[in-house]
Every structure is written in structure tokens, then in C-alpha cells.
Design a protein around this ligand. Structure first.
Ligand SMILES: NC(=O)c1ccc[n+]([C@@H]2O[C@H](COP(=O)([O-])OP(=O)(O)OC[C@H]3O[C@@H](n4cnc5c(N)ncnc54)[C@H](OP(=O)(O)O)[C@@H]3O)[C@@H](O)[C@H]2O)c1
Length: 317
């Protein structure tokens, strides 16, 4: 996703919403700082900020309409930030907030899941080995769900190590067939997109409140291509048509979006400190290696997250 933003993805909508505190209203969105995750120390607080103090160790996922985290200092709102897990270094903590708040928004806010209603629910994650997938697996397993994922063969051991119950290898052929042979699901989280929604909704238990939530939506692409007004109209028409088409078959079709949230990160911090969720860091780069980090990101096939260390002293900020 960050690699997409580097290529200008979403510029039409995001430029409209740029935060003047964070990005100057100079008529241009540049220089634009990328990077959504941050873990660091509070240098200064606004006068009405009560919950945090200078010197607190915090983490956050910064919304894309603000300047990003590939910088020495970042500006965040009080409701976007949370005290970081004590059990993690800053480098480890920085691997979690963006994928965590995206998965939380999709599974909890949109999908209606919680720690109290997940026991024995059957969840399918399409694309389990990347950043969002590896977090979603751990959250759902901690909440007692039965988790099936699709991933490539060489990720199978890795996702099983995160607690996955059943794995379907997408590189061995179309996954529809092996997935259709399984008991139907209560919720599907789609991190892959493309033609998945052609067959995935048939895997849900009909008339049981089952939901398909996809993170791969045409919203920003529509506004980039058609402009804000037409893009939004096109988006609303598309989602409404699809939701209705599937509702008559007894299943719910939804789009999921990243939503910055300090309160969600507070709950996730407690799960991390309780040993229920761990960061999945594929590789760490220094700030001077940011171009190499982006090159790696663009190649895809992530196993968790790539982290950039901003301070020279690394974790001793
Ligand atoms: N809507 C939003 O607000 C929002 C926010 C964040 C992310 N997203 C979207 O959500 C998706 C996941 O994000 P991410 O950060 O987790 O991406 P990521 O870290 O790049 O992971 C994607 C994973 O999908 C796997 N994959 C690729 N093709 C597959 C297939 N056909 N079947 C199963 N697995 C497949 C890849 O692993 P292999 O090596 O196994 O191929 C890779 O590990 C992306 O499309 C991203 O753009 C949306």
C-alpha cells in the first residue's frame, strides 16, 4: 500500500483531505513524506492533551492525509496515538500499528468480530502471509477463532507458526476447489482482491450473518481516474449494487479501510504485552537505505513487515 502511495495512488482524494497542520496548503502536496507506522517518544503535547505527557513512549498509525513517519518528528492527534507495548523495542513496535489498525477496522468495525464472539467462528483469510494477514491471524487466534488462510507454499510453515489451523496453497492451482470442500465460513477477510469476489462469497454460511470484507477496493482508484465527485458516485453505486446482489443470497458484502485509532492500539498493546501477538519483521533498514526498503516492498511477497530505523541509536531514542 505504501509503495502504491509512492506512485501517486489516491492523490485525488488524499490531497483534498490533507491536514494543514501536517502538510502546508501550498497548492502542492509535495514534499510528501511516506510511512504510516511510528514508534517513538513524545517531544511536545498540545495544551488540551490530557492522556499523554512529554517523554511518554508511544506508537501510532498516521492517516495518509498527514505527513508520514519517515522523518525525525511527526505530528499526530491524541486519538491516533497510544502508549507502546513495554515488551517491544521501538523497531519491533513500529511493525504493528498500520496493519493492526487496518485489520482491526476490517474485522472489528466492519466485520463485527470481538474477543467475546469469536470462539469457534470459522474465518478465512485470503492472503495470510503479508502484513495485514499475519496480524489478523494472531488477533483471531487469540480470540479463539478457527483460522484458514491462503498463501504460497513457502509461507505455509511461517503462517502455521502464527497459529493458523488450515492452509491452502494458492501456487498449487485455483484455491476455489479446495476451499469449497471445507465447512463454510462465518467471515472472509480478503487481502488479495482481483477475481476473488467472483467465488469467495459462495464459501460463506448463508443466512447466518456471514460477511465478506475486502481490503482491496477501487475507491481511491476511482477518484484518481474520474475525479472526486464522479469517483465517489461510481464507488457508491458499485458497493451498493454488490452489497444488494449478495444480500439476496443471504451473505453480507463489505469494503474495509484503514482507520487510525489510539483506543484500538491500546487493546492491541495489552495483547502484545500478554504475549498473544508478536511483531513480524521481515527486514530492518537504516534511514539511508529507504530506497532499498521501497524496492523490496514493491517486489511484494512480504512475510510480515519491513521496518525503517530513523534514529542513529536505533531503539535508544
Ligand atoms: N483498504 C485499506 O485501507 C487498506 C489498508 C492496508 C492494506 N490494504 C490492502 O490490503 C492488501 C494486503 O495488505 P498487506 O499490507 O498485508 O500486503 P502485503 O504485506 O504485501 O501482503 C500481501 C500478501 O499476499 C500474498 N499473496 C499475493 N497473491 C496472493 C494470492 N493470489 N493468494 C494468496 N496470497 C497472495 C503475498 O505472499 P506470497 O509470497 O504468498 O505471494 C503477500 O504476502 C493489499 O492489497 C493492500 O493494498 C488496504
Amino acid at each position: 500500500m505504501i509503495a502504491h502511495f509512492a506512485g501517486g495512488y489516491g492523490a485525488a482524494t488524499l490531497s483534498m483531505k490533507r491536514d494543514p497542520l501536517s502538510i502546508k496548503q501550498s497548492g502542492s502536496e509535495f514534499p510528501l513524506i511516506l510511512g504510516r507506522d511510528v514508534s517513538g517518544i513524545i517531544m511536545e503535547c498540545g495544551l488540551d492533551v490530557k492522556y499523554f505527557r512529554e517523554g511518554d513512549e508511544v506508537w501510532a498509525a498516521i492517516p495518509p492525509w498527514k505527513q508520514g513517519s519517515l522523518a525525525e518528528f511527526v505530528v499526530v492527534s491524541g486519538n491516533e496515538v497510544s502508549h507502546k507495548p513495554k515488551s517491544l523495542s521501538h523497531t519491533e513496535a513500529a511493525a504493528i500499528p498500520y496493519v493492526a489498525t487496518t485489520a482491526w477496522s476490517a474485522l472489528v468495525n466492519t466485520g463485527g468480530l470481538s474477543k467475546d464472539n469469536c470462539a469457534n467462528k470459522r474465518i478465512l483469510i485470503l492472503g495470510g502471509s503479508g502484513g495485514v494477514g499475519t496480524f489478523a491471524i494472531q488477533l483471531l487466534k487469540a480470540w479463539g477463532a478457527h483460522v484458514t488462510v491462503t498463501c504460497s507454499q513457502n509461507a505455509e510453515r511461517f503462517v502455521r507458526g502464527l497459529g493458523v489451523d488450515h492452509v491452502v496453497n494458492y501456487t498449487a492451482g485455483p484455491v476455489e476447489e479446495p476451499l469449497s470442500a471445507l465447512e463454510k465460513f462465518n467471515l472472509i477477510l480478503d487481502n488479495v482482491g482481483g477475481d476473488t469476489e467472483r467465488w469467495a462469497l459462495n464459501l460463506l454460511k448463508p443466512w447466518s450473518g456471514a460477511k465478506y470484507v475486502t481490503l482491496v477496493t477501487p475507491f481511491l482508484q476511482n477518484t484518481d481516474m474520474l475525479g472526486i465527485a464522479d469517483g465517489m458516485m461510481q464507488t457508491a453505486a458499485t458497493v451498493a449494487t454488490k452489497a444488494l446482489k449478495h444480500l439476496v443470497k443471504g451473505v453480507h458484502y463489505r469494503w474495509g479501510f484503514f482507520a487510525p485509532s489510539g483506543p484500538a492500539l491500546d487493546e492491541i498493546r495489552d495483547m502484545v504485552d500478554a504475549g498473544q501477538i508478536r511483531p513480524v519483521v521481515e527486514e530492518t533498514f537504516n534511514f539511508s537505505q529507504v530506497p532499498q526498503a521501497f524496492e523490496k516492498l514493491e517486489k511484494g511477497h512480504a512475510r510480515g513487515k519491513i521496518v525503517v530505523q530513523i534514529s542513529k541509536a536505533g531503539d535508544e531514542l
